[in-house]
Design a protein. Structure first.
Lengths: 599, 420
């Protein structure tokens, strides 16, 4: 054991000896390191890539890059007697100069940092002439985003400087303070593809910071790689037209190609001009936009949640048919109003009930769906019936996000058993507590996007694709072919569609488009806070559908007016290329839906 | 019976400790110092100022250690070990991922790194097992079994992606050696694992050269022992075989992107350009120090932010650049004297528990010391472990302080310790 103890002590000593020898060799024997340290320190500079361009589905440019110039400062080399000239060129006060100068010093005296961000063209031109006289200053070019259209703000989003919080979250270590990052919209969702790859340059500099040429002849340098271009599914002509129609209103419009889930138009009103959030004015404009009481930053099609109202009757009909609780041609007589109703008393089959939007018809068939009559206790029976019904509703894409490629999508709300248990107590509630669901009111909440997706499902008679905004990233087409099917027999759709067609495709009616058979359902959504919301969901043409659409306009009253009129114009524009009904266009643009006489 | 001098702390060790902490702080101050003299004296943004807080809290920890009964560590040895393994497991599921490794708990603004605590707990657990079971020369099987006490935490820390810290635990093999481990199966398999990892980390020719160097050292040490010579020779041949075969698989069999994945798995902080930027800058800084160094606060390489992590893992650059070969060597001699003192303390114990714990403390601190310096001068790949008492950082300073002062506390009461 004694030898082992000695051995360990010997091991400690020999290690220190070896380390010391090694130090001796690099510190004393090898004089290269001294020379390298004196003459050849290596400086690393980052070269920023261009962000990818963004096009609409027809190849129209939407987003590009604008070069901007930053004035950089290396405090160590600055001659403060030049400060008068700087102040004159930049139109800044002594105080502003001092602030910027101190900020640069606190970063580093030896390394360049930004002194003045994004010089205007005039200031840049003035500087270029005088650059030679100004020691310690140089100009660095970067890009900001340029928006080709005023609009699409809720789709494109904007970029901004990366925050400290995001830097902490960035486990890949890609971002550095001062970098730009997509903050919302597709700028955020596709950030990784669109941002490109930074380049790095290594230069030899001496201790005074003077450039001695590229390190190892640039063997380790990399060029910046521009980000990948995106092709959107949006049709910018249609989008701009829809945005114009929605001007001055609060609400959403979503149009989707049913055969692929590609979103053709996605309007959130009111919106803002995205170019306000690009460049030097960002902070100031952002505050203005953010504090607007109408919340233009709120992306309504994805984030606003409303009750579906009468549009939901289409689903109620399908579920009752599938469960064999009603036949399409079965006559149900409404001879007294069990709940409030604008439809007249009389005899209804499914088609007429949809066209006339009979609340009492759907009240009755929803009761059959919920009260299965299989169990003696009405409470337990209701639970069972409700749960079956809820499973169907979830299949239609409600109560969950549809996974659109934009941030902050909301799921809406389809109450669970537990939700009602909490309100009424377990097994203490039955049909009489939840009947408002039959007409799409009550606790149900949906987003306009989910409603448009319902249009897709009806158009396809039973399936949809995840709605999305991007077709191609770089040269690669994105595959969104995952089909979600609803377990309802295709045959059940026909009577519903018949009723939807009879509602909107009648010659002489406001929404009528000659030579086009289309289907739709309106909602007048009860709004306890004020005037009712106007809603519409539909698709066209009935056979071989090309477009599914949903419109919500807040506080605009009857669904048959504001929402249906807007939707029919957008459908006409998309399918026919132009709108013939100028009077309807003017009616929508004027937006006085309340004053018009009810029909 | 009470001994007259109840707290007879080993004065020499405390002096070494204070000197190391003080020299460390001076170098952190220098590494952080702005050449233009605009460094404020007391500013919490400065590492040196914050290090003062960590030093202060270390003294608080020392007080707590001296208040706690010395029997605590022996009695709760397994519990302490178990708790630390539990936390190592938990951090895998609930930990926060930072730069590719999941080794932190974040509760509000407090960050806890269980692998630091595991260093102490493992030393205690190992000492407990080896002493209570009377494992030793007589029982080679149990001695081998005890390796699991540090192989388990080691494995868990590798799973966190913190290879550097995991390797620290391998140093406890030195303890088993002291307790009678014959350099057979356990040593051999451990050696193979270490060699395997090193092959992934560094150039095979450097490694082959190292094996040759170790072979020659062994030749010198055991010139009269034929058996040992045959063993060393066999081991060297096998090592070369292992290095070549791992290298073959890595470079010939695996595709390029697979290679990169293996590399980033092992060392997520590896230089993406592969030019050894960190080590190159570190060597330039140290190498430019010369014999006497550039003088306190006069280093240019560390000041201009050329050296990465200059207050933490690469603090030795500041020593090398400003104090030169002479200063660096004197500091290493100070470390050496400190280690020898701790070995003496370990050997004078009646209690096996304390002796084994003492050896564990030396092994852990010594491993950090040797690997950290070897790393800054390009003798070992960059695995990111701190230089004891020198590197900036609260958790590492606390760990080393606790290791040392638990030993000194136990030593101060060695007259009361029962012999196991």
């Amino acid at each position: 054991m004694k030898s082992r103890i000695l051995g360990i002590k010997f091991f400690v000593i020999i290690t220190i000896f070896v380390l010391s020898i090694r130090l001796f060799s690099i510190q004393i024997m090898d004089t290269d390191y001294q020379e390298i340290a004196n003459r050849n320190v290596i400086e690393k500079t980052i070269e920023y890539p261009y962000r990818g361009l963004v096009f609409d589905r027809n190849g129209k440019l939407l987003l590009y890059n604008d070069p901007v110039f930053d004035l950089m400062i290396t405090p160590k080399n600055v001659d403060l007697s030049d400060s008068l000239l700087i102040k004159k060129l930049l139109f800044i006060t002594q105080r502003e100069f001092d602030q910027a100068y101190l900020k640069a010093i606190s970063f580093s005296r030896h390394l360049p940092s930004i002194f003045y961000k994004q010089l205007s063209n005039e200031k840049f031109a003035a500087f270029q002439d005088r650059m030679r006289d100004l020691e310690g200053f140089n100009i660095n070019s970067r890009t900001t985003r340029g928006y080709a259209e005023i609009g699409l703000a809720n789709i494109l989003g904007y970029v901004g400087e990366v925050t400290q919080k995001q830097l902490n979250m960035d486990t890949t270590g890609y971002y550095k303070s001062g970098d730009n990052i997509g903050i919302t919209g597709i700028e955020k969702t596709y950030e990784r593809s669109i941002r490109g790859l930074r380049g790095v340059k290594y230069r030899n500099v001496d201790v005074q910071g003077i450039n001695m040429g590229p390190f190892e002849n640039g063997a380790y340098d990399t060029l910046p790689q521009p980000g990948e271009n995106l092709v959107l599914t949006i049709d910018v002509v249609l989008q701009k037209y829809a945005e114009r129609l929605m001007e001055g209103k609060i609400g959403s419009l979503v149009a989707i190609d049913p055969s692929s889930g590609e979103i053709l138009a996605l309007v959130s009103a009111p919106s803002y001009d995205p170019s306000l959030l690009s460049g030097r004015g960002f902070s100031q404009n952002f505050v203005t936009i953010q504090s607007d009481s109408l919340k233009p930053l709120f992306n309504r099609p994805l984030q606003a949640m409303y009750p579906p109202g009468s549009m939901f009757k289409t689903i109620q009909g399908l579920i009752a048919l599938e469960q064999d609780k009603v036949q399409a041609d079965e006559i149900i007589t409404v001879n007294s109003k069990l709940i409030g109703d604008h439809a007249p008393l009389g005899k209804y089959d499914m088609e007429r009930a949809i066209t006339k939007s009979s609340n009492n018809y759907f009240f009755k068939i929803f009761r059959r769906v919920i009260q299965q009559g299989e169990l003696p206790s009405p409470f337990i029976d209701t639970r069972m019936g409700y749960n079956k019904w809820r499973d169907y509703v979830l299949q239609f894409g409600f109560g969950k996000i549809l996974d659109i490629d934009l941030p902050n999508e909301r799921a809406g709300f389809v109450p669970s058993l537990e939700f009602y248990d909490k309100i009424y107590g377990k097994e203490r509630w039955k049909f009489s507590n939840i009947y408002s669901l039959s007409i799409g009111q009550g606790e149900l909440l949906v987003t306009p996007l989910q409603m448009a997706n319902l249009g897709v499902i009806l158009a396809n008679r039973g399936y949809y694709f995840s709605p999305h905004l991007v077709r191609k990233v770089g040269d690669e087409s994105l595959a969104f072919s995952q089909k979600s099917s609803i377990e309802i027999d295709t045959g059940h759709y026909e009577s519903i569609l018949e009723g939807m067609q009879a509602l909107v495709s009648v010659p002489g009616s406001r929404a009528y488009i000659p030579d086009l058979v289309f289907c739709g359902k309106t909602s007048t959504v009860e709004n306890p806070q004020g005037l009712d919301h106007s809603g519409f969901m539909g698709f066209a043409p009935r056979n071989n559908p090309k477009i599914a659409i949903a419109v919500y306009i807040e506080n605009a009253g009857w669904g048959a007016r504001a929402a249906l009129s807007t939707a029919s114009l957008v459908i006409e524009k998309y399918l026919n290329g132009s709108v013939k009904k100028k009077w309807l266009e003017n009616y929508v643009l004027k937006g006085d839906f309340q004053d018009a006489k009810p029909e | 019976m009470r001994s007259q001098n109840r707290y007879h702390i080993d004065t020499l060790s405390v002096i070494y400790f204070l000197s190391l902490v003080m020299l460390g702080w001076i170098n952190i101050y220098a590494a952080d110092y702005d050449l233009d003299g605009t460094t404020p004296f007391f500013d919490l943004n400065q590492s040196s100022t914050r290090q003062l807080l960590w030093i202060g809290t270390s003294f608080f920890l020392i007080a707590v250690i001296f208040i706690l009964d010395y029997r605590f560590y022996d009695s709760f040895g397994y519990v302490i070990w178990g708790v630390s393994v539990f936390f190592l497991l938990a951090v895998l599921f609930f930990g926060k991922e930072v730069a590719g490794s999941t080794s932190w708990f974040e509760i509000g603004f407090i960050k806890i790194q269980p692998s630091e605590f595991a260093k102490i707990a493992t030393a205690i657990g190992l000492a407990k097992y080896l002493s209570s079971q009377n494992v030793g020369v007589s029982d080679k099987y149990k001695l081998g079994l005890s390796a699991f006490l540090f192989l388990i935490p080691m494995g868990l820390i590798i799973m966190q992606g913190d290879l550097g810290t995991a390797m620290v635990f391998a140093s406890l093999i030195l303890v088993l050696f002291r307790e009678g481990l014959s350099a057979k199966l356990l040593f051999f398999s451990f050696y193979a694992v270490l060699l395997f990892l090193l092959t992934l980390l560094i150039d095979q020719w450097v490694l082959l050269f190292l094996v040759l160097a170790l072979f020659l050292i062994g030749l010198g040490l055991f010139i009269k022992n034929r058996k040992a010579l045959i063993f060393i020779f066999g081991l060297s041949v096998l090592s070369c075989g292992l290095i070549k075969s791992v290298d073959f698989v890595l470079n010939q069999v695996l595709k390029e992107h697979q290679q990169l994945r293996v590399m980033s798995l092992i060392n997520p902080n590896a230089d993406p350009l592969g030019i050894g930027w960190n080590v190159m800058q570190s060597k330039i800084a140290i190498g430019s120090g010369g014999f006497m160094g550039k003088g306190f606060l006069k280093g240019t390489q560390t000041k201009f932010d050329f050296v990465p992590a200059q207050t933490t893992d690469f603090i030795f650059c500041t020593v090398g650049e400003e104090q030169g070969w002479l200063g660096a060597t004197l500091i290493m001699i100070l470390f050496g004297a400190f280690f020898l003192r701790l070995l003496t303390i370990a050997e004078r114990q009646k209690s096996r528990f304390v002796r084994i714990f003492g050896y564990s403390v030396v092994s852990i601190i010594f491993f950090h010391f040797a690997i950290n310096i070897a790393m800054t001068i390009g003798l070992f790949p960059v695995i990111g472990i701190p230089l004891p008492f020198f590197s900036y950082g609260g958790s590492s300073l606390w760990t080393f302080t606790m290791l040392l002062f638990i030993l000194l506390k136990l030593d101060s009461q060695r007259m009361e310790q029962l012999e196991h």
